[in-house]
Ligand binder design. Structure first.
Ligand code: NAD
Length: 266
């Protein structure tokens, strides 16, 4: 395993499960120390931190609701107290509250926007402030790296998920505008847009053969994604191997954004 993140410090939000946990593991495997944020259940985050530590890495679990600015501040304070600073911030926390448009409650609209979009705004803002506070470090060409976990639904409209698709569309323009603003500071901001990745958030879409077959009609590459697919992309975007990559969304989706419905129709 190439240790392209040796000596660097990472924070991954929403890392007690799914993609966040996979990304935390991949960053640790690449040599980074990792702060594992969780929202409400400490145990899986502490278990992951213990596993990383037992394998010779360095990780710890830190609580925060990323939609709350005081909790997000406290999360960064805890990371700085433990590791001195942070080099890589992966704003990954997200949730779905699905409903047909006319049934979508204001609470569920707000909850999704607050967590997915405002949560990434607060996380990215604190990251930029911390990168500027501590100045350059010899571990990376960039002052700092931010990776926003977006979705193919920053591009693909999604009926019945208007709140979620709106949050991801918002992340696309937040990421690009922020990337433009902070590139002169040598801060690199990019997104990953996962397609269908096997995690708790979309269990209904892959846990029966019928659901899986239906899902795979949307994936030209013919398989569901695994969290390691996203983890490897995150390691690359966090490393100096991608030093000239700024303001880009990297789709890791088996071709889902290639409009597979047009493959034999037109
Ligand atoms: P998941 O449910 O396993 O992970 C989401 C994580 O976010 C959980 O650990 C949850 O505790 C955390 N979270 C929720 N609200 C939070 C809050 N207020 N503060 C802090 N943490 C909070 O699902 P996942 O699939 O791993 O999703 C991770 C990210 O990837 C999300 O942003 C999701 O939109 C995105 N994504 C997932 C897929 C997929 O196919 N799984 C596809 C595209 C995008």
């Amino acid at each position: 395993m190439q240790r392209s993140l040796e000596g660097q410090i990472a924070l991954v939000t929403g890392a007690s499960s799914g993609i966040g946990a996979g990304v935390a593991q991949s960053l640790a495997d690449a040599g980074a120390k990792v702060a594992i944020n969780y929202h409400s259940h400490a145990e899986p985050a502490e278990k992951l931190a213990a596993e990383i530590t037992a394998n010779g890495g360095d990780a710890f679990a830190v609580a925060a609701d990323v939609s709350d600015e005081h909790e997000t501040d406290a999360m960064f304070d805890a990371v700085v107290k433990r590791y001195g600073t942070v080099d890589i911030v992966v704003a990954n926390s997200g949730l779905q509250k699905d409903a047909r448009f006319t049934e979508l409650t204001l609470d569920d609209w707000r909850r999704v926007i607050d967590t997915n979009l405002t949560g990434q705004f607060l996380t990215a803002q604190r990251a930029v402030r911390e990168f500027q506070r501590r100045g350059p470090r010899p571990v990376s060409k960039a002052l700092g790296k931010i990776i926003c976990m977006s979705s193919v639904h920053e591009i693909i409209p999604w009926a019945g998920h208007v709140n979620y698709a709106s949050s991801k569309g918002g992340i696309q323009m937040m990421m690009k505008s922020l990337a433009q603003e902070v590139a002169p500071l040598r801060i690199r901001v990019n997104s990953i847009a996962p397609g269908a990745i096997r995690t708790p958030i979309n269990k209904d879409a892959w846990d029966t053969q019928e659901a899986l077959d239906r899902l795979l009609t949307l994936v030209p590459y013919g398989r569901v994604g695994e969290v390691e697919d996203i983890g490897r992309a995150a390691v690359w975007l966090a490393s100096d191997d991608s030093d000239y990559v700024i303001g880009t969304t990297l789709c890791v989706d088996g071709g889902m954004t290639l409009y597979p419905g047009f493959a034999d129709n037109g």
